[in-house]
Design a protein around this ligand. Sequence first.
Ligand SMILES: [Zn+2]
Length: 391
Amino acid sequence: MNIVRAYKTELDLNNAQKTACAKHAGAARYAYNWGLARKLEAHQARKKVPTALDLHRELNALKKAELGWLYEVSKCAPQEALRDLDQAFMHFFRRVKEKRSAKQVNVGFPRFKSKKNGLGSFRLYGSIHVFEKAIQLPRLGMLRLKERGYLPTRGVHILSATVSEKGGHWFVSLHVEMESPDPEPLERPVAGVDLGINRMAQVSDETYYENPGALRSAISKLKRLQRIISRRQRASVNRAKAVKQLARAHARVANIRKNALHQATSQLTKTKSAIMLENLNVSGMLKNHHLAQAIADAGMYEFRRQLSYKGIWYGCEVWLADRFYPSTKRCSQCGQVKPMMALGKRDYHCEYCGLVLDRDLNAAINLEQLLNYPLIKLPQVLREDTPVESM
Ligand SMILES: [Zn+2]
């Protein structure tokens, strides 16, 4: 079985390399924004909206005439940005189609990219070579890596490399195709997993994964910086400094969380044959403004994403429970369902059978029990109101 996977790691750049990367990211952003403006213009003039290929040709002509600085960067950077723009439009139209039936108005039209959210990213193809301590990219040459030996040096087919900046750090994400041995069908147990704020994940076999301790202190630092920014004067030097610090703190929280999630999802998919998760209401979650909750929500989403692809690598089925399955309100011993389960209560108390159990563990066991029932597939039947052929 061939699988595609990405390896992301931090670059260790000197000043000249940082400048070169910033130029490439700038070219990608310029092409994206220019392309978006061209598409809008054509749309408003009721002309054919140009595709990535049309725009690339047009941009090449402009490069000779007035955009000479584009010669300083790899031609991949603007070209790939235009492809991303086409993708953004495709996703936009898909969402319009989906949401028109749901009568939702806000479907996220592709937006202009601003430097406010960092320098951005760019993608490169072509002669990419990986070494123990460095990666060689077209136009940029040999770039040192902070972590040696993480990127695969052999046995893979390199598809592309994406370089990005976040909070003053530069990263490379390498997309590779590799042969993966077909996972052996092992005798492994099944498990239910409950995701939460207090604990990152509670497993039905009574093991659990705590949120890393470093996360809490990183979050309180984040809160402190947000308060500082709100006190600083707009457009002041000190405010700009604090904003930069805040971006770093955000990146740190994201990194700590991601590492912890990777450990948990790898271990689970390697040791279980099937996992049942709660079905989360993702679009509802993103509206949450409470910081700790927002971070936990983002973690749950990422947890599910990692499980879904690692499940394929390691031969573990990942299931989602029905959205209305009462995993927190149900007693895992007798099956009674409470009408309400107060949020603050740490334990589940059952009035019928007397069970007292940690609420997250009770929820995880309920999820596991779903895997033991034969999963019912609805039989296909003719609709009762099959229309009679009109005469
Ligand atoms: Zn009970």
